[in-house]
Design a protein around this ligand. Structure first.
Ligand SMILES: [Zn+2]
Length: 433
């Protein structure tokens, strides 16, 4: 625990998007931040330890808004890469609680874990082992109530086959309990979902209109791979003028979008070689994790032809353009991966956000304070009273976003979760003694 530790001299990026505080002071007390701001004399003579960090940059712990990866190796990769909060967007309750217990016991290292519970879908659900299938609005409401009250989920997620009456029922229960609803809706399009009051739409949601594939065609499929192939062909033939009403409604209603281009790029073969060459990939992950991800990708695109893959690449470009337009209208983008190896891939997704035109400061805000607001979290900003979740970088990420992985120390709840070994022990020895 870094109890009573004063971090001084670093540049502070506090997660709000406000200006950098040069030569800052941040006082940690227990699991909270007691002070964060410019250098001050108010702690002179106090019985606290001081840690000189000039030349370093402090940022809030990063937030991953959408994952399913539950391996201990993934938890370690998240922590080592500065991600101190992750949200499972569709995973069975038992896996999530077992993982939380292992982290709380100190059996494995890991980030804060939020959960949307299992995916709420209508039969037949796409991912049966991660889903709960509901047939009627009444059943949906009862399920939503049970997930929130009994299982204590942080948000709810609805997926592909959910229809408007069921979505309306889920949203009513979630909002009555102050919870968000996340959607990867396919039966319901982005405009309907926004009009019904959904809070977030994520990568595979139907947030566009195609010139060549009318809705009734898009709803006829027998497998995940077939639906995704259809999605690729439909995105590749996006009708921008018809899509405008969806963009406008989502922005007007404040619906956040989590694009997670990394997984769709990966499906097109993009970024695969870089991932396999990544030092964390080769040292933290073994045959088990790689094999299970290979199986997952085969489930997603097992039946694809070469033409499907070619369409998927065009679709990825169009989705990037969709996000550019969404943002230009004032829409808020979130950062997530939807894939294993998220500790590595979230940083790739941040590069995708930068490619959309976000400045380094905007990218950092999106993955910290901006995400925290959308996810209704107390973490995500470095300010007095907030949980002590922060990352100490060796260099300035505003000059080069790659510095977000040049980490010397990761702190969650006032505890050091990871320290770059070559930088020696934390906290450093007190120079006065
Ligand atoms: Zn997902």
């Amino acid at each position: 625990m870094m109890n009573g530790m004063l971090l001084e001299g670093a540049d502070l990026i506090d997660g709000t998007g406000g200006p950098v505080v040069r030569d800052a002071m941040v006082l940690l007390a227990g699991d909270r931040i007691r002070y964060a701001g410019p250098r001050t004399g108010q702690f002179d003579g106090a019985a606290i330890r001081r840690w000189q960090l000039s030349g370093k940059t402090l940022i809030p712990g990063l937030i991953e808004a959408h994952t399913h990866a539950a391996y201990p190796a993934d938890m370690r990769a998240y922590v080592k890469n500065g991600i101190t909060t992750i949200r499972f967007a569709g995973l069975d309750l038992a896996t999530v609680s077992a993982l939380r217990e292992r982290i709380a016991r100190g059996d494995i290292v890991g980030p804060r874990i939020l959960s949307c519970g299992p995916m709420i879908d209508q039969p037949p659900p796409a991912y049966p082992e991660w889903s709960v299938a509901v047939r009627t609005p009444a059943e949906a409401a009862a399920t939503a109530e049970r997930l929130i009250i009994e299982a204590g989920v942080d948000a709810l997620i609805v997926t592909q086959r959910v229809t408007a009456p069921v979505l309306r029922a889920v949203i009513a229960v979630a909002h009555a309990h102050g919870r968000s609803v996340v959607g990867q809706t396919w039966a319901v399009d982005g405009k309907e979902a926004a009009d019904l009051g959904i809070d977030e739409l994520h990568n595979s949601a139907r947030v566009f209109v195609s010139r060549d594939y009318p809705t009734e065609r898009l709803l006829r499929y027998d497998s995940i791979a077939e639906r995704l192939a259809l999605s690729g062909r439909a995105w590749a033939t996006i009708d921008w003028s018809a899509t405008q009403a969806i963009l406008d409604t989502m922005v007007a209603r404040g619906v956040r979008y989590c694009g997670m281009q990394v997984i769709t790029q990966f499906q097109a073969g993009e970024g695969v070689a870089e991932l396999e060459a990544d030092n964390d990939f080769t040292t933290l992950f073994g045959a088990k994790e790689r094999g299970s991800f290979g199986d997952f990708i085969r489930l997603l695109q097992g039946s694809w032809t070469a033409a499907d893959k070619a369409c998927w690449r065009v679709a990825n470009e169009e989705r990037m353009e969709w996000m550019r337009r969404f943002r230009a209208l004032g829409g808020v983008l979130l950062a997530g991966t939807d894939m294993q190896f998220g500790g590595i891939m979230l940083h790739r997704e941040l590069a995708n956000l930068a490619a959309l035109g976000l400045s380094p400061m905007e990218v950092i805000t999106a993955a910290t304070g901006g995400s925290a607001r959308a996810l209704r979290l107390e973490v995500g900003t470095i300010a007095a009273g907030r949980p002590a979740d922060l990352v100490i970088l060796r260099r300035d990420p505003l000059r080069d976003l790659a510095a977000l992985r040049d980490i010397t120390c990761v702190v969650r709840g006032g505890a050091v979760l990871w320290r770059e070994p070559r930088d020696g022990p934390v906290p450093p020895p007190d120079p006065a003694r």
